[in-house]
Design a protein around this ligand. Structure first.
Ligand SMILES: [Zn+2]
Length: 200
């Protein structure tokens, strides 16, 4: 599920490769849902959900077109096909490094986190693609999570809860209602800056 992928990628980023700005967190999220473009559905096929400010009609047309292309990709390449090759995440990372595109590195990070998370599921991922299309899972079969199962939902919920709670704690540290009333926007900016620092 897209939301679980985003939660896990953000959690990994928080500890392993902390983004500097809010937009970077968004890029990690985008990378985290991108590989499932070969699934023919999910958040990545509904861009109007994550591109703010699109005119409604245009958003619908864009969603429809994206979904069609995604379904065609599924037909041709198969779900968890080439878009789930770890080598693609590596390629994105190398391209970002050589072309000096920091934003692409965040997408590559999210992309890699997605493939890693899929490797914990029952179906596994084509770890050695394109050299072998055999699906590999990282956990013993009995511990592998089934996509869309209650366990996956629970895992996603716990991680989202943790992310929300850490953000709340950061914001609470500097929260003072009286001061907020007298010096509103400056205070809010300060709190957000503190939150960003923490998440780094
Ligand atoms: Zn996937």
């Amino acid at each position: 599920m897209s939301s679980t992928h985003i939660a896990l990628a953000l959690l990994a980023a928080k500890f392993v490769y902390p983004p500097a700005q809010a937009t970077d967190w968004a890029l990690v999220s985008l990378g985290a849902i991108a590989p499932d473009f070969d699934a023919g559905g999910g958040m990545i096929t509904r861009p109007s959900q994550w591109i703010p400010g699109l005119p409604r009609l245009f958003g619908r047309a864009l969603d429809g077109t994206t979904k069609l292309v995604s379904q065609a990709t599924r037909e041709i390449a198969g779900h968890r096909g080439p878009l789930h090759y770890p080598i693609i995440a590596l390629g994105l990372w190398l391209a970002a490094t050589f072309a000096d595109l920091p934003w692409l590195r965040y997408i590559a990070f999210g992309y890699a986190a997605h493939i890693l998370a899929d490797a914990l599921t029952r179906a596994g991922v084509p770890l050695w693609g394109p050299f072998s299309r055999r699906d590999v899972g990282f956990l013993p079969r009995s511990l592998r999570i089934r996509t869309g199962s209650a366990t996956e939902r629970l895992l996603g919920g716990v991680v989202w809860g943790y992310l929300g709670f850490s953000l709340y704690q950061v914001l609470r540290q500097g929260f003072n209602a009286q001061e907020l009333l007298t010096n509103g926007s400056a205070k809010i900016q300060q709190l957000l800056a503190r939150a960003m620092r923490y998440l780094q």
